[in-house]
Design a protein around this ligand. Structure first.
Ligand SMILES: Nc1nc2c(ncn2[C@@H]2O[C@H](COP(=O)(O)OP(=O)(O)O)[C@@H](O)[C@H]2O)c(=O)[nH]1
Ligand SMILES: [Mg+2]
Length: 96
Protein backbone atom coordinates (compact mmCIF):
# COMPACT_ATOMS: atom_id res chain seq x y z
CA UNK A 1 0.00 0.00 0.00
CA UNK A 2 1.46 3.32 -1.08
CA UNK A 3 0.92 6.19 1.34
CA UNK A 4 2.22 9.74 1.48
CA UNK A 5 1.39 13.42 1.40
CA UNK A 6 -0.60 14.74 -1.58
CA UNK A 7 1.49 15.21 -4.72
CA UNK A 8 4.54 13.42 -3.37
CA UNK A 9 4.55 11.01 -6.32
CA UNK A 10 2.65 7.94 -5.10
CA UNK A 11 0.75 7.25 -8.31
CA UNK A 12 3.75 7.91 -10.56
CA UNK A 13 5.92 5.65 -8.42
CA UNK A 14 3.32 2.89 -8.69
CA UNK A 15 3.65 3.15 -12.47
CA UNK A 16 7.43 2.81 -12.19
CA UNK A 17 7.27 -0.04 -9.66
CA UNK A 18 4.73 -1.92 -11.79
CA UNK A 19 7.02 -1.67 -14.81
CA UNK A 20 10.04 -2.74 -12.77
CA UNK A 21 8.36 -5.80 -11.27
CA UNK A 22 6.66 -6.80 -14.51
CA UNK A 23 10.02 -6.67 -16.30
CA UNK A 24 11.32 -8.91 -13.52
CA UNK A 25 8.67 -11.50 -14.38
CA UNK A 26 6.28 -10.77 -11.53
CA UNK A 27 2.53 -10.77 -11.94
CA UNK A 28 1.38 -7.39 -10.66
CA UNK A 29 -2.12 -6.11 -9.88
CA UNK A 30 -3.05 -2.53 -8.95
CA UNK A 31 -5.85 -1.17 -6.77
CA UNK A 32 -7.21 2.35 -7.22
CA UNK A 33 -8.00 3.22 -3.61
CA UNK A 34 -7.55 6.96 -4.13
CA UNK A 35 -11.28 7.40 -4.59
CA UNK A 36 -11.12 10.96 -3.26
CA UNK A 37 -9.22 13.18 -5.70
CA UNK A 38 -10.81 13.98 -9.06
CA UNK A 39 -8.94 12.21 -11.87
CA UNK A 40 -6.96 9.91 -9.57
CA UNK A 41 -8.51 6.70 -10.88
CA UNK A 42 -8.06 7.72 -14.53
CA UNK A 43 -4.44 8.66 -13.81
CA UNK A 44 -3.71 5.19 -12.41
CA UNK A 45 -5.63 3.56 -15.28
CA UNK A 46 -3.30 5.29 -17.75
CA UNK A 47 -0.29 3.85 -15.92
CA UNK A 48 -1.87 0.39 -15.78
CA UNK A 49 -2.50 0.53 -19.55
CA UNK A 50 1.02 1.77 -20.29
CA UNK A 51 2.63 -0.96 -18.23
CA UNK A 52 0.08 -3.64 -19.14
CA UNK A 53 -1.06 -4.67 -15.69
CA UNK A 54 -4.63 -5.13 -14.42
CA UNK A 55 -6.27 -2.48 -12.26
CA UNK A 56 -9.12 -2.98 -9.83
CA UNK A 57 -11.25 0.11 -9.42
CA UNK A 58 -14.66 1.34 -8.35
CA UNK A 59 -16.47 4.63 -8.73
CA UNK A 60 -14.98 7.85 -7.44
CA UNK A 61 -16.12 8.49 -3.88
CA UNK A 62 -16.49 4.81 -3.06
CA UNK A 63 -15.02 3.28 0.11
CA UNK A 64 -11.23 2.91 -0.35
CA UNK A 65 -11.14 -0.09 2.00
CA UNK A 66 -13.64 -1.83 -0.26
CA UNK A 67 -11.40 -1.22 -3.28
CA UNK A 68 -8.43 -2.64 -1.36
CA UNK A 69 -10.49 -5.70 -0.39
CA UNK A 70 -11.62 -6.27 -4.01
CA UNK A 71 -8.05 -5.91 -5.21
CA UNK A 72 -6.78 -8.54 -2.77
CA UNK A 73 -9.59 -10.90 -3.74
CA UNK A 74 -8.70 -10.49 -7.43
CA UNK A 75 -5.03 -11.02 -6.60
CA UNK A 76 -5.82 -14.34 -4.94
CA UNK A 77 -8.06 -15.44 -7.82
CA UNK A 78 -5.53 -14.41 -10.48
CA UNK A 79 -2.59 -15.73 -8.45
CA UNK A 80 -0.77 -12.39 -8.56
CA UNK A 81 2.71 -12.08 -7.07
CA UNK A 82 2.38 -8.43 -6.06
CA UNK A 83 -0.47 -6.13 -5.10
CA UNK A 84 0.08 -2.37 -5.15
CA UNK A 85 -2.65 -0.16 -3.72
CA UNK A 86 -2.78 3.55 -4.50
CA UNK A 87 -4.25 5.76 -1.77
CA UNK A 88 -5.39 9.35 -1.45
CA UNK A 89 -2.76 10.21 1.15
CA UNK A 90 -5.44 11.77 3.30
CA UNK A 91 -8.65 10.89 5.07
CA UNK A 92 -11.79 11.82 3.18
CA UNK A 93 -13.44 13.42 6.16
CA UNK A 94 -14.51 16.80 4.85
CA UNK A 95 -17.04 18.21 7.29
CA UNK A 96 -18.07 21.37 5.40
N1 LIG B 1 10.39 15.60 -11.14
C1 LIG B 1 9.67 14.58 -10.70
N2 LIG B 1 8.31 14.73 -10.71
C2 LIG B 1 7.58 13.68 -10.26
C3 LIG B 1 8.18 12.48 -9.82
N3 LIG B 1 7.17 11.62 -9.43
C4 LIG B 1 6.03 12.29 -9.63
N4 LIG B 1 6.25 13.53 -10.14
C5 LIG B 1 5.26 14.54 -10.49
O1 LIG B 1 4.65 15.02 -9.28
C6 LIG B 1 3.26 15.28 -9.50
C7 LIG B 1 2.44 14.49 -8.50
O2 LIG B 1 2.65 13.10 -8.74
P1 LIG B 1 1.57 11.99 -8.38
O3 LIG B 1 2.18 10.66 -8.74
O4 LIG B 1 0.26 12.31 -8.99
O5 LIG B 1 1.51 12.17 -6.79
P2 LIG B 1 0.47 11.55 -5.72
O6 LIG B 1 -0.51 12.63 -5.41
O7 LIG B 1 1.33 11.23 -4.51
O8 LIG B 1 -0.15 10.35 -6.32
C8 LIG B 1 2.98 14.90 -10.94
O9 LIG B 1 2.98 16.07 -11.73
C9 LIG B 1 4.11 13.97 -11.31
O10 LIG B 1 4.39 13.99 -12.68
C10 LIG B 1 9.60 12.35 -9.86
O11 LIG B 1 10.19 11.35 -9.50
N5 LIG B 1 10.28 13.45 -10.31
MG1 LIG C 1 -2.09 9.87 -6.68
Amino acid sequence: MVVGVNGVGKTTTIGKLSHHFKQGGKKVILGAADTFRAGAIDQLQIWADRVGVPLVKQKMGSDPASVAFDTLQSAVTQKSDLVIIDTAGRLAVKST
